[in-house]
Design a protein around this ligand. Structure first.
Ligand code: HEC
Ligand code: HEC
Length: 213
């Protein structure tokens, strides 16, 4: 009697264990499926695997997870301009939208999962034209004014900022304009460095980042 009850108890425990592992796996699959759906939307503009083919669209593959989630929270707070854009891949008849509206539709869990997804993919430098003489001028400016924070020529994902080296020029040019016009929050020390740049300096820097392929 006693033995039978113990056995019954063990079977119940096993059933419980099986049920809970099943639920854990099912929840994991549901989360994974949700992330797949979300990043498919992102890739509809940012390119397959987050690697952009368009100069006005940043590559988001390989950005550090913390930096990526901070960027999405910044859009959520409206502290960064959001350009309206059409979808470029998949169903391109989807209604054009912008990063502020996209971020507003994401939960914190979504943001963390998306940021981890793209951090696990490799950044691919854009194949784009540049002027080698201007790039050399830009490199010198970068080394003296920017490299304290943007290390390894702006290619290090571990810096607390996005990747500059090999990022698309169209996107970076718009970003410089946002900073110069005070339309986007920036670290105080960077603001001083950026405000000191002439239009020629900005152009040289853009050629330097484009040259890193
Ligand atoms: C309709 C097109 C579109 C979709 C969809 C879209 N983005 Fe964007 N995204 C843009 C554009 C355009 C920019 C650059 C201009 C701007 O900041 O508005 C951008 C900028 C970004 C940046 C800033 C990159 C940096 O280096 O600071 C991140 C991060 C980003 N998007 C992530 C995402 C994620 C994650 C998703 C999916 C949840 C997504 N985007 C969906 C168009 C889109
Ligand atoms: C004191 C550190 C610091 C210095 C110096 C600095 N930056 Fe930054 N930079 C940052 C941080 C931090 C961010 C991310 C801020 C954010 O997205 O809110 C950033 C972001 C950027 C971005 C936006 C990247 C993107 O895709 O979102 C550009 C472009 C940039 N910096 C260019 C420069 C240039 C050019 C210089 C030198 C003239 C410079 N920075 C100097 C810290 C710095």
């Amino acid at each position: 009697m006693h033995a039978a009850r113990t056995r019954g108890c063990v079977i119940k425990k096993l059933q419980k264990l099986l049920l809970s592992s099943f639920l854990t796996i099912a929840a994991g699959l549901a989360l994974a499926a949700d992330v797949d759906g979300l990043v498919e939307t992102c890739d509809g503009c940012h390119g397959a695997g987050g690697v952009s083919e368009w100069s006005d669209m940043p590559t988001i593959a390989g950005i550090d997870a913390f930096v990526h989630s901070e960027a999405l929270y910044t859009y959520l707070d409206g502290a960064r301009p959001c350009a309206e854009s059409a979808f470029r891949r998949g169903d391109t008849s989807r209604q054009a939208t912008n990063m502020c509206d996209i971020a507003a539709g994401l939960s914190e869990d979504d943001i963390e999962a998306i940021a981890a997804h793209y951090a696990g993919l490799s950044f691919a430098p854009a194949k784009q034209a540049f002027d080698a003489d201007l790039a050399a001028v830009g490199e010198a400016i970068h080394e003296s004014e920017c490299s304290v924070c943007h290390s390894d020529g702006g290619s290090n994902p571990a810096d607390e900022s996005s990747i500059l080296a090999g990022q698309w020029t169209g996107y970076l040019r718009a970003t410089f304009e946002h900073y110069l016009n005070d339309e986007r929050d920036q670290p105080e020390r960077m603001q001083r460095a950026i405000q000191g740049l002439s239009a020629e300096d900005v152009n040289a820097l853009l050629n330097y980042y484009a040259s890193q392929q």
